[in-house]
Design a protein around this ligand. Structure first.
Ligand SMILES: *Cc1c(COP(=O)(O)O)cnc(C)c1O
Length: 365
């Protein structure tokens, strides 16, 4: 039996007629850039989240850059980001002229360690980027309280958590502004690149839309220099179709995760911790083990794919050598680099596939 890490072909097979029809409509209308399909998806996604504004853009990295720019992050500003996330989170800070300040993660949830946040705040701190990593909502209430006390903006990098909830509220609607990626492998994935900025603040929405469209208010009337970052019509139409299935896919992900956790209970593997206020969407199912390389090899031999998210925590990347960080600065993120392992999980994964993965794991742990 083969178990891929994700199976986009299996997913396409379940929605083929809807997707093909949607793509045909866009091509027939030649509504490639802007137009009704983009407007419709923006409306659909905002409504789904319970947010006022959605601005489609080129990808999740652009979304972060645009959101930070809209908030006014620039030269000399510090932005706190978690030590373990994808580099796009911190790249967007640097791209705006700011400095990313890393904060270690919680050993149970793998999200920002709220107890360490306050010590990272300086007079230069402008914002905190919260990442809902692996589809697990971060603990927003204490973060929002701290941000309020220090007059900091909060950005939710929601690239891995479409539809996840914090205390019954969709993530992406809790901070000042949020960003999503629709990279094909994300929980809501396009058939190419795509991204979105979400906010309830009209001023931030207007600014974000202008930044993504050359700073323009009207054709050839540009009031500042922006950039070109857009969601295209084909991706938008595909996303509108897929959005209708997102909740059932999230449920399937939670059920697969539950099956893994039940079958792995009592083993030496540490399975994901889900706080009582969280409704996660398991973009990834990440376990911890002291024996990772041996386990990875055994899985590989049995045709089972696995991943590591991420093998090098941000402060230790060569790209951030300039900060001169040492393992002692981020002990949790550092220790996890050698112990975390992402198992295959996608909505279409079968119980047989999960049982096979667990059987293989049990044989080597
Ligand atoms: C995927 C991802 C991004 C970037 O999204 P792209 O669409 O690939 O640019 C940003 N942040 C996190 C946490 C991600 O997982």
């Amino acid at each position: 039996m083969k178990v891929p890490f994700v199976d986009l072909k299996a997913q396409y097979a379940t929605i083929k007629s809807e997707i093909d029809e949607a793509m045909n409509c866009v091509v027939n209308d030649c509504a490639f850039i802007k137009g009704k399909y983009v407007a419709q998806f923006e409306e659909d996604f905002a409504a789904y989240l319970g947010a006022k504004f959605c601005i489609g853009c080129g990808n999740g990295t652009d979304a972060l850059e645009i959101a930070l720019n809209a908030l006014g992050v620039g030269q000399g500003d510090e932005v706190i980001v978690p030590a373990n996330t994808f580099i796009a989170t911190s790249e967007a800070v640097t791209a705006n002229g700011g400095t990313p300040v890393f904060c270690d993660i919680d050993p149970q949830t793998y999200n920002l360690d709220v107890d360490l946040l306050a010590a990272k705040i300086t007079p230069q701190t402008k914002a905190i980027i919260v990442v809902h990593l692996y589809g697990q909502p971060a603990d927003m209430d204490p973060i929002l309280n701290l941000a309020k006390q220090h007059n900091l903006r909060v950005i939710e990098d929601s690239a891995q958590a479409h539809g996840a909830q914090y205390g019954g509220q969709k993530i992406g609607t809790l901070g000042d502004i949020a960003t999503f990626s629709f990279f094909p492998g994300k929980n809501l994935g396009a058939y190419g690149d795509g991204g979105a900025v979400i906010t309830n603040n009209e001023e931030l929405a207007t600014r974000s839309r202008m930044i993504a469209n050359h700073g323009r208010v009207d054709k050839y009337d540009h009031i500042f220099e922006g950039r070109n970052s857009r969601l295209d019509g084909l991706q938008a139409a595909i996303l509108s179709v897929k959005l209708r299935h997102l909740d059932s896919w999230s449920l399937a992900r939670r059920e697969a995760a539950k099956q893994y956790s039940e079958l792995l209970s009592g083993s030496t593997l540490i399975t994901p911790y889900v706080p009582q206020w969280a409704t996660p969407v398991f973009h990834l199912y990440v376990v911890r083990t002291e024996n990772r390389e041996h386990i990875r090899e055994a899985l590989n031999e049995k045709g089972i794919a696995s991943g590591i998210h991420y093998p090098i925590a941000l402060p230790f990347l060569r790209a951030y050598k300039r900060f001169g960080h040492t393992p002692d600065d981020f002990p949790v993120a550092y220790a996890q680099m050698d112990t975390i392992l992402s198992l295959p999980l996608f909505p279409e994964i079968t119980s047989e596939q999960i049982a096979y993965v667990v059987e293989t794991l049990r044989a080597v742990t």
